[in-house]
Unconditional design. Structure first.
Length: 592
């Protein structure tokens, strides 16, 4: 029974490592063990090669060696064998370095792919600084842990076989040597606590400098207005200096831990040689073989110490990445559950034929269960209606939009589309949505590529249709005046104003012939005249589409079928939905 439980536990650990590290990394760890055995095999051959070479140059008599009868003893033969063995030995070291390096990169690729996937899919719940920190430094630091683990596996495999070989050649000498080496190196354990402390300090220093940089870029205008740029730079430099300070101390410890086993190994060989020659009378060939094995063993222990030090230093980043992996797995599990809709094509055809109607029924939502933003909220939106969602900043306008589209899941209640509830509605209706936000989204590319970006069937849109929509949005003449017209390349710092870029976004949305048009502060950067022209355009279009308009202005009241007003609960200072008993106001009941 116990054996069965242990087997299941091991299988669980292997399954988790396979999921977290990736299949390629697990395979490379096995390859690292094979490289370690290959390295040991080379060391084993060197025992004979060195003996043969020493005999060939006349330093050791053949009677004092233990060479097989077939071994070549001439100087030229021994020299050739030594050269070949040296080349193979170099190849084994290169192979070890290569395997550890590609293990690092395979791990980084896996983790950055997961971070990219989660960072873009679950962006509303993740801060940008967190994603950037994990994508860059945390994954890089964790990758160095994997490099060390790969080296550790290779070296530990060699150590196990070298120890067995040493016990076979000179058991007493090997026992004395390993025991003495263990006692001498015992004080190094106290250094491990320092390394752990340095690792946590480095993690904190990096997080601090990273946040200072990102916040400084995001809030640069604010910092300039209040002359705080130099202050933020000083804080960042202090964090960077702290990072360098702890790394310098760490490398001092690593240098000691790396060199001490090899140094003590030489000292112990001298002592063991005296004991062996005086008391145990070990044969000279066995003693020579033991020398080589023990020196190699000491070198390997130095490498193991160094690898353990690096693992301890970077373990905080690996722990953070492990928590991130759990978040990724939870998100992916929920995502898979929402992709079980078998009749997606039929449903999409139904939306295309009948348009989109939305109903929120008894919806409760809040970013915490103790502070509800919406309580038992009901709202019905029919095809052809233009719903204006208004309110001051922070009252939940964009949040309500997120709940409607399924980006935020209600704590309770239901969101229906055409009378049905879907776990991943965006996956079904994304081709039918036109969206314009407050910040125009442009890509490096031509005007044509920009306004067709995200279009479900861009090849079906003719140049004439493009210019037709551009003209309706008062952009036709501007685009035609460009040197290459609609095929003019737009850079990030384009010659267009913010308002013109926002109108390009509107063109992109209308070219999709949407069934659901979403304007989330979509005219925030437009002048009054241009905004009125867009409102007139929407007035003509709205009978065929469902329109959701998030705004803090009154401009769209004249075309609104319903107006949802959000306010704040002054008694609790907790944002809640205004007009709870009658949350949907008709155009006639609002003072326009």
């Amino acid at each position: 029974m116990q054996r069965g439980c242990n087997t299941l536990r091991l299988l669980g650990i292997f399954k988790y490592l396979n999921s977290f590290l990736g299949k390629k990394v697990c395979f490379l760890f096995l390859l690292a063990a094979l490289v370690g055995f290959f390295s040991f095999a080379i060391d084993y051959l060197f025992i004979f090669i060195i003996q043969g070479f020493l005999h060939s140059i006349g330093l050791v008599d053949l009677s004092k060696l233990s060479l097989p009868s077939w071994y070549p003893l001439s100087l030229i033969s021994c020299t050739i064998v030594l050269i070949i063995a040296g080349i193979i030995r170099g190849a084994s070291i290169s192979l070890k370095f290569y395997v550890s390096s590609i293990t690092n990169q395979a791990f980084i690729k896996t983790q950055r792919s997961k971070t990219l996937y989660l960072g873009l899919n679950d962006a509303p719940t993740i801060t940008m600084s967190t994603v950037i920190e994990i994508f860059t430094e945390r994954i890089s630091q964790s990758g160095s842990v994997l490099t060390s683990v790969s080296n550790l596996i290779s070296t530990a495999t060699s150590v196990c076989f070298l120890f067995i070989l040493g016990m076979k050649i000179a058991p007493l000498e090997m026992t004395i040597g390993i025991t003495s080496l263990g006692i001498v190196l015992l004080p190094l354990r106290s250094m491990n606590r320092l390394i752990k402390h340095y690792g946590n300090a480095l993690s904190d220093a990096w997080s601090s400098s990273n946040k200072i940089l990102i916040q400084g870029i995001k809030q640069n205008f604010f910092l300039r207005i209040y002359s705080l740029i130099d202050n933020e730079i000083d804080l960042g430099i202090k964090s960077i200096a702290s990072y360098e300070h702890y790394y310098r101390r760490y490398f001092i410890i690593v240098a000691i831990k790396f060199i001490l086993p090899m140094t003590m190994g030489i000292v112990l060989i001298s002592i063991i040689t005296y004991v062996s020659m005086t008391f145990t009378k070990t044969h000279s060939s066995g003693l020579l073989a033991f020398f080589y094995v023990f020196i190699r063993l000491s070198q390997c222990l130095g490498e193991i110490n160094s690898a353990f030090s690096d693992i301890r230093l970077q373990i905080p980043s690996l722990k953070i990445l492990r928590n991130w992996h759990k978040k990724y797995c939870d998100f992916e599990l929920s995502r898979k559950k929402t992709r079980t809709i078998s009749n997606a094509c039929f449903l999409q055809e139904e939306f295309r034929r009948n348009g989109i109607e939305i109903e929120l029924r008894n919806v409760n939502f809040g970013h915490s269960t103790t502070k509800l933003l919406f309580s038992n909220y009901n709202l019905k939106i029919q095809k052809g209606e233009a719903i204006v969602i208004k309110g001051e900043s922070g009252t939940g306008k964009s949040t309500l939009l997120h709940v409607i589209l399924g980006i935020y899941k209600p704590l309770s209640g239901h969101v229906f589309f055409n009378g049905q509830e879907f776990p991943d509605i965006l996956n079904l209706i994304s081709d039918f949505i036109g969206y314009v936000g407050a910040e125009p989204y442009l890509i490096p590319g031509t005007v044509r590529e920009n306004i067709l970006f995200g279009h479900p069937k861009p090849h079906t849109v003719s140049t004439e249709e493009l210019y037709s929509v551009l003209n309706r949005l008062q952009l036709g003449e501007l685009i035609a005046s460009l040197p290459k017209g609609i095929d003019e390349y737009l850079f990030e710092q384009t010659q267009f104003s913010t308002g013109q870029k926002q109108r390009l976004s509107m063109v992109r949305a209308l070219l999709r012939r949407p069934l659901l048009l979403i304007l989330d502060e979509g005219t925030a950067n437009l002048d009054f005249v241009t905004e009125q022209k867009i409102i007139n355009e929407l007035e003509m279009l709205k009978k065929n589409i469902t329109t959701l308009i998030v705004t803090h202005k009154h401009s769209f009241d004249e075309i609104a079928s319903k107006i949802v007003v959000l306010d704040g609960d002054q008694s609790t200072s907790t944002p809640v939905l205004g007009h709870t008993t009658n949350p949907v106001l008709t155009k006639a009941s609002v003072n326009i």
